[in-house]
Structures are given as structure tokens and as C-alpha cells.
Design a protein. Sequence first.
Lengths: 387, 387
Amino acid sequence: MLNFNYDIPTKVFFGKGQISVLAEQIKHYGSKVLLVYGGGSIKKYGIYDIVTSILKENNIPYWELGGVDSNPRITSVRAGIKICRENSIDFILPVGGGSAIDCAKAIAIGFYSDSDPWYLITKQAESKNALPIGTVLTLAATGSEMNMNAVISNLDTIQKFVVFHPLIKPKFSILDPTYTFTVPAYHTAAGVADIMSHTLECYFGHVKDAYLVDKIAEAILLTCIKYGPVVVSEPENYEARANILWASSLALNGLLKYGKETGWCVHPMEHELSAYYDISHGAGLAVLTPNWMNYVLNDHTVDQISQYGINVWGLPAQEDKYSTANQAIALTREFFISIGLPTTLTEMGIPEEKLAVMAKSAVNGGTISSFRPLNAQDVLNIYLNSL
Amino acid sequence: MLNFNYDIPTKVFFGKGQISVLAEQIKHYGSKVLLVYGGGSIKKYGIYDIVTSILKENNIPYWELGGVDSNPRITSVRAGIKICRENSIDFILPVGGGSAIDCAKAIAIGFYSDSDPWYLITKQAESKNALPIGTVLTLAATGSEMNMNAVISNLDTIQKFVVFHPLIKPKFSILDPTYTFTVPAYHTAAGVADIMSHTLECYFGHVKDAYLVDKIAEAILLTCIKYGPVVVSEPENYEARANILWASSLALNGLLKYGKETGWCVHPMEHELSAYYDISHGAGLAVLTPNWMNYVLNDHTVDQISQYGINVWGLPAQEDKYSTANQAIALTREFFISIGLPTTLTEMGIPEEKLAVMAKSAVNGGTISSFRPLNAQDVLNIYLNSL
């Protein structure tokens, strides 16, 4: 097991009705709020009204940044920073999924910087301060509600970058499973694929002695497999929504990374797809994941992929590990199909045209992943196999 | 899944050599240190020298409270509070296992109270402040390094009480698996039983829809079963010590309790044993656990106990669930025997004499556990079955 520094300070208020803690929690950290949200679903389903009523009743002044895109853009970040500076805002409250939260995080860290936030993100420039954030989550997917990551897109440069900073970990997050009841089936399924991909990126690696951490990863995968089809077919099933929601936070709050190495690959490959084509991140992951597993299956990786088949998909142990591994990959693909996700880039409207450019950008002149390192040609091959 | 408030703020520095962060971490929180430790093993194995050298090199003045018993006593707590008050100490550093840490926690919260600390503990009196604590752990067992619990014994009243308070969560804990290499086989095994008992207390309950949490509990149990025999037979096996050490923290940092109910029973039953006979807590748990499972097995509990057999012990699913459940209980008992732990109270020198008094005290006039509620007669029956 590799050395690690565990640090997950976000307080989580989980369960039906936990919105009741909102005003009290905000008052611990700030007095003037920027409310950040997306395309309007929180207005349609009443969550906007609940949140703004609480702010008004508690005399907490707030400003709004709505219309944040599902791949949140640097232009929204710049707009948010401007509102915060002009109004001396001292607390940011994203209400929504990972997009609203990631946008809020980039605003929080950009607020104190003299540089343009895109420079800050792409250069991972040092920051010594950030505005505090609290979140009200409405989508189980990115895990942004408990971690230090934010993914921001730039349409001008056709880039999607991840910023990591301990200062942007939310102070608190309110996770009410009933707030995810109205998420449409396709986005629900894409969220499940995102959770599974976060888990698999940590699970498959060259560190093999972090047994406990791997078993926890399997716990999350089993949860996605058990409840993924339920949240898609029975959107108001509390048990299923609750398990998937908690899985989303635990899959990317750090727990699965501690003791392991952190060389991810499917996410960087997918970020190119959604940077160029603005597709759903989770759907892109669902297309790439089985093709990636298939591509990296070799004598070094077959043990782990076949173990995944046995422990996660319940396959019997066989003499021929390749057979088990191939069945596990097939079951992964079939699972994504079963919850309504695409399995080819073509289905998502992505042609071959820019794949070579994207592959180069994904590896940024080097290789990605420690499980089986992938260079630009490898990534291109996986893209082509995914067409 | 029940509503819960997640709050695990302790920073953990895990791995070989992490003691290097000690001085810097202490300086975040205080300037004058009370070093708390037990019977001298940290001196025998060099950890005392390492820690005191770091304190001296960094000009951090420190005072000492050594000789804390393995069931830490209120007398040590009173002595520690006195040293802290007389020397304006502002930080407590337990170095050792759960005993040293629990003693430090009681000192931390007693420091600011006008009441005697035993009153504070038994009345769970309100406290608004506590001295900050950081820990250097040398034993995988209690999970005290990441939680808000402290167990303190009073030899005058023959009582063992648990105090719970969010203010006594350690600010940081240093977990170096090599520091556990010198723990003798019996105490190592007792630690494994303690970890498994913490997990089982959370795992078996009336809340059945916290699937993800149960799967994580199984991950910890599987880790104990895989590595328990290894840490006993190969004390310097880093992989095994690391996995068991991390399991000890995760089993009782709150993760397994969130979404479930918290009605424990084997611990209260065992606390009577170690209050009266000063036995090893983990060994007492190993004796009681299989007898408790056997006693509570009925039509309401058979599903969960047989699932435990299938998921944790790898038993095949059978038509007759009672058969699976009984096999699981037998395997649990055999496991404790295999790592050198006792299976009867008689082996531990505990006669029948005071069992009825202890049973009454364990339930404190009511019942314990929500899995199958136990009254004083039930507890007495379990004690008698354990003789």
C-alpha cells in the first residue's frame, strides 16, 4: 500500500429533508451568497424555490449565476468572479450537479487571483485563498461535492482542464436523494457510468497490495450494478437513489485513491470527446470503458481484470483467465447498454475526423495510466475501436 | 438508508516514515505538549526516542504522562488534567494504542471543565471546548485515532464508560504500519477481533437498505480474515500490517455507521467483563461474538447472518438458511481460535459468580441492540453460554 495523506473535511448532510440545515451552515462561513446553478431544472422541480425561500427567511442576501452549462465554461467562471467582486460576496452555493459545483469551485479560487482563471486552471498556479463553498446536490455522478477537483471547459481553445486544490473542498454538502428523483433516465444512467468509471480508474492500477481499498471499490461497483437499473426504471425509489448518491460521493472523495497510484486514463480520453463535441461526460465514459479494458488486456493485466469479473460480476473462477476477463468486459458493455447508454462514438455523432488530434491532446506528449501505459497511438486505437 | 451527518475531519498521515510530519502538524495547533503513553513498549521499541527527539529538535517543550493502563483509568485522566493545568499545556500527543488515545481524549475534554472528569464522562455533560489532540498510533484495534469516542474505566466503581464528543476527534493521526511490527501476537489478534467486532456491530442491525455501507463492512471483514492470520504469524509483513491498520481506522471512524442505526450490544457486554476482570477487550469480544450470534439467530435474523456467511466466508447459498448461518458462526469461532484467541470465559479466568450483576449493568435497566434486542436475562444467557 502506498503512503497517503487522508484529508476529507467536507461535512455531509445526507437524507430526506436535510435542506433544513442550509441557513445555519451558510452562516458559519459567510454572509453574502452567490447562488450558482445550471439550465433551469432546479427551477422546474422546485429546488430553486426551496433554497431561495430559506435564504430570504434567514435574511441572507444572494446574487445569482444561472445557466451554467453541463460542461461548465470558463466564461461562466469569469462572470461569477465578477459578480462576487462587485458585491463583496463571501460564500458560494452551487445547487445542482457537478457542473454547477465545478463552476463554483473555479470561481472560489479565481476570486483571489490577479490572473485570468483560465491561466490559473491550466497552469495549476499556486493559490493561497479561496471563497468557501457549500453545495446542494441534485445529481449523483461527479463526486465534486466532497473533493478538491473541478473540470472546466474552454470553447475558444477547445480544451477541458481539471483543477485540483485543497482550498476548494466544499465546507458542507447537502445530499437529499429525493432531489435526484427528477433527473431524467439518460442523465441518471450517465451518472452511474461516471461513478463506475471513477471507481475503475482507481481499481485498475499497478499497486496490488491495497486489498482493503480494492474491496471498497468493489463495494461501490456492486452498488452501481445493483441499483443502476433501478434508478433508471424507478426514478423515485429512495433506497436505490440513496445508495447511488452515496456511492457517487465515496467513489471520488479520495477513499479509493488512498494507498493506490493515481494515473487515470479513461477520463483524460473522454475529456477530449466532450471538449470537442460537448457530449454527456458519463455517456462518453460508457463508450470508452469496455474498449479500454479490451485494449489493455494482456498478460500483465489479465489477473486483475479476471478478478474484477469474479468479485464484481460474480463469474466463476476458471482455468482460462482470459475467458473470465473477456466475459467481464462483455458484461460491463452489456450493463451500460441495459441502462440506456451508447456503446459507440458513432451513436453519439462523433466521426473519425479529429480523433488523431484528440489522442495527442489526451496524452499531452507523454503516456497516461499506470495499469497499462497508453501513448497517443494507443489512445487513437481505443478511439477507433470505439467508433 | 437512515439520514446521517458525515463529519470525519481527522487528517491521517499513513505509511512508513510519516512521523516526519509530526513537528509541523503539532505547530498548527499548539506549542506545549503532553505526551501520553502506556506501559513502556514505546520505550522498548524506540518510538519514544523518535518522538521525543523530534520534539526536542523542534524546540517543542513537552511533559509526560506514562503508565496509562490498557483499560485506561480515570485516575490517569485526573493526573493528566493536573499536569496540563499546571503547565499551561495546549496540545496532547498520545503515542500508543487506543488506551493512550482514549486517556488523552478524556484529558482534553476534562481540561476545560470544573467538574470531575468521571462526572463529565458518566453524565455525558455538555462541553464547549477541548484541547487539541494528535496521535501516533502503534496498535491496530480501537479506531480511536479517527473518531470521537473514548472508553475510560473506574476501578472504584467497577465501571467502564464510553464518552462521545465531536471536540475530541484527533486533529491528525500518524499511522505507520512499521510501528505495529512489534505488537505481540496475542495483542495483534485481539486487535483484529476488535476491528471485526466494530464492523459486525454496525453490519447486523434492523436497517437493511444501506447496501453500500454493508458492502464496505464486508470489505473490512474480508480484510481481517485475509490478513489477520498473517499479522499474527508474520509480524513484519508490511502489506498485512498496513491493510489491518487502515481497516482499524475505517471500521470505527463513522463510515460503517452512516445510514444505519447504532444500537451496539457485544461491546457493552464485553465492557462489563473488562471492567470487572481487566482482561483484553479484543479477547473478550472474540469470546462473546460467536455466542451472541448463535443466541440471536432466529427467523428475523437468519437472512442477514446467512448472507454474512455467503459474502464474508464464501459459503455457498443453500436452501436451508439456518445451515448457512450456523456454519458462518462456526467459522467465526474457528477464525478467532486460529489466531490464538480464547473462546470461553473460563479460559480467561472469569467465573460465573458476578455474571448476573454484570448482565444487569450491561443493559442498564433496558435493552441493547436493535438487531435482536437483549435484556438482562438475554445477556446473562449469552454470558453463561460463553463460560
